[in-house]
Design a protein around this ligand. Structure first.
Ligand code: F6P
Length: 543
């Protein structure tokens, strides 16, 4: 991968100049001046329609942004990514979650070895196991079929599977899925109290099998289980997904019941591996595989499409435009379906753990902004919560609006209302409402001129707020796979342009280390040397 300071490129300098021409432009005028705008700034691909035209760009902006991508070596970087080069340099690993979703006859080499047979061996194990649990062939220790599945994991070993299971709830079978992640004992105990140990299956998901939260929860679950069942029964009710075989065996899990993970798949990109076992249990292996195949289609698109027609490339470059030139601090993701309610929190880890970095690939501090802050909630709920700030606040918040042509329960009336809101919000954010329009409206309501004068400033909407509409035919396992892969590639591209390493997460270590030390102090009731604030808080806690 090239190692380039993006701010030193020709394209960046052009963008700085171009920004001065663009920043005051009103999108609504751009639409009026250019009848082709919505055609030129959209991509239709398979069941996706992605409209970039409600962004503060012109075709020229797009051209320079794509030049920046080229100057930063994006095309070569994409090749390195798919070829399995060790692009995660600080951990000396390739980044190959894309290999988990290729068709069986393809080959992907790591250190000269084709890893696809291993991937398919694991997929077969997932298929067999989930099918037998779903159809009741695999039973608990008293001969009863499983009714409840508990996934114990955190971060990437939780967020992806939870989000996908929730998103595909419509396709779910009879099994009840539970996710325990937080080390907060109230989380595990609250969940366990509903369960019957005879019919509960635990999946302990941890790549390292050293994560404090996961091991504490797994131990608590095992203790709870052993209160009701003999020790030998543990092997029938506990399985693990991990790359740390020794530690899993130490925990008491049958080696036959270990599903593999590889160090070339990062935790936050691992839902496509056996980390997604709970997804396969919830919706069946066929649908899990469709999710993977959808993601693969997006991989093929990303790898092969010209930069101009490339959905992840355009999304990523727009995000850089707002982050680095408009100085927007955050981005909102607003899915117009309740099923995608967990997508924003999943994306928070994927995006913020990846690109929340301030050291460039030379080990030097970056002189420009990186990682975006991601947040969001489904529409229309979010309209009644934080949209006020997006419409009339002081901050610029570019937002992705994700909508679907068809609903899943086919309630036409509800879906028309939902989608009317989807279209109305992006139009309102674009057009705003002028003082003249406000005055006219108030006059029609027969308000006095005094009242009109007083109220008008509060009722004006500046508009010109950027949105990208991602309109998809229907929420299916395949379209969800495409959507997730789209964001994964966006993360990769932004890491390339910002010249940072997106695939490590050293920033989560310090807090973990300190927590281990403080835990000993709490257990011994012996507060050691800390800053005076922490010391006082600890003393108050222990008193
Ligand atoms: O939050 C840090 C992190 O390492 C994540 O990247 C990872 O997804 C999570 O912890 C869980 O790790 P593990 O799967 O090893 O338990």
């Amino acid at each position: 991968m090239k190692n380039i300071d993006p701010t030193k490129t020709e394209a960046w300098k052009k963008l700085e100049k171009h920004f001065l021409e663009i920043r005051e432009l009103e999108m609504k005028n751009l639409f009026q001046e250019d009848p082709q705008r919505s055609e030129d700034l959209k991509i239709e691909w398979e069941d996706f329609y992605v409209d970039f035209s409600k962004n503060r760009i012109t075709v020229k902006t797009q051209e320079i942004l794509l030049k920046l991508a080229e100057e930063c070596g994006l095309k070569e970087a994409i090749k390195s990514y798919y070829d399995g080069d060790a692009i995660n340099k600080t951990e000396n690993r390739p980044v190959l979650h894309t290999a988990l979703r290729v068709p069986k006859d393809e080959e992907v080499f790591i250190d000269g070895k084709n890893v696809i047979p291993e991937v398919y061996q694991a997929k077969d194990k997932i298929r067999k196991f989930s099918t037998e649990v779903i159809n009741g062939a695999l039973k608990g220790h008293t001969g009863l079929a499983f009714t409840d599945i508990v996934n114990i994991g955190i971060g990437g070993s939780d967020l992806g599977p939870t989000m996908v299971t929730e998103s595909l709830k419509f396709y779910k079978n009879h099994l009840n899925l539970h996710y325990i992640s937080n080390v907060d004992g109230d989380h595990v105990h609250e969940t366990l109290q509903e369960l019957n140990p005879e019919t509960t299956l635990f999946l302990i998901v941890s790549k390292t099998f050293t994560t404090q939260e996961t091991l504490s929860n797994a131990n608590t679950a095992r203790d709870w289980f052993k209160k009701a069942a003999p020790s030998e029964a543990v092997s029938k009710h506990f399985v693990a997904v991990s790359s740390n075989i020794e530690k899993v065996k130490d925990f008491g899990i049958d080696p036959e019941n270990i599903f593999p993970m590889w160090d070339w798949v990062g935790g936050r990109f691992s839902l496509w591996s056996a980390v997604g076992l709970s997804i396969s249990l919830a919706v069946g292996f066929e649908q899990f595989d469709e999710l993977l195949m959808g993601a693969h289609e997006m991989d093929v698109h990303f790898k092969g499409a010209d930069l101009k027609d490339n959905i992840p490339v355009n999304l990523a470059m727009l995000s850089i435009w707002y982050n680095n030139f408009f100085k927007a601090e955050s981005e909102a993701v607003i899915p117009y379906t309740q099923y995608l309610q967990k997508l924003p929190s999943y994306l928070q880890q994927a995006i913020m753990e990846s690109n929340g970095k301030s050291t460039d690939r030379n080990g030097k501090p970056v002189s420009y902004e990186t990682g975006n802050i991601i947040w969001g909630e489904p529409g229309t709920n979010s309209q009644h919560a934080f949209f006020q700030l997006i419409h009339q606040g002081t901050k610029l918040i570019p937002a992705d609006f994700i909508g679907f042509k068809h609903s899943l329960h086919n309630d036409k009336d509800h879906h028309q209302k939902l989608m009317a809101n989807y279209f109305a919000q992006t139009e309102a954010l674009l057009m705003g409402k002028t003082a003249e329009e406000v005055i006219k409206e108030l006059e029609e309501k027969n308000l006095s001129s005094e009242e009109i004068e007083k109220l008008t400033p509060f009722k004006v909407f500046k508009g010109n707020k950027p949105t990208t509409s991602i309109l998809i035919n229907k929420l299916t396992p395949a379209s969800l796979g495409k959507l997730i892969a789209m964001y994964e590639h966006k993360i990769f591209i932004q890491g390339v342009i910002w010249n940072i390493y997106s695939y490590d997460q050293w920033g989560v270590e310090l807090g973990k280390q300190l927590a281990t030390e403080i835990l000993t102090e709490i257990q011994k009731s012996d507060v050691q040397n800390h800053d005076s604030s922490t010391k006082s808080l600890l003393k108050f806690f222990l008193k």
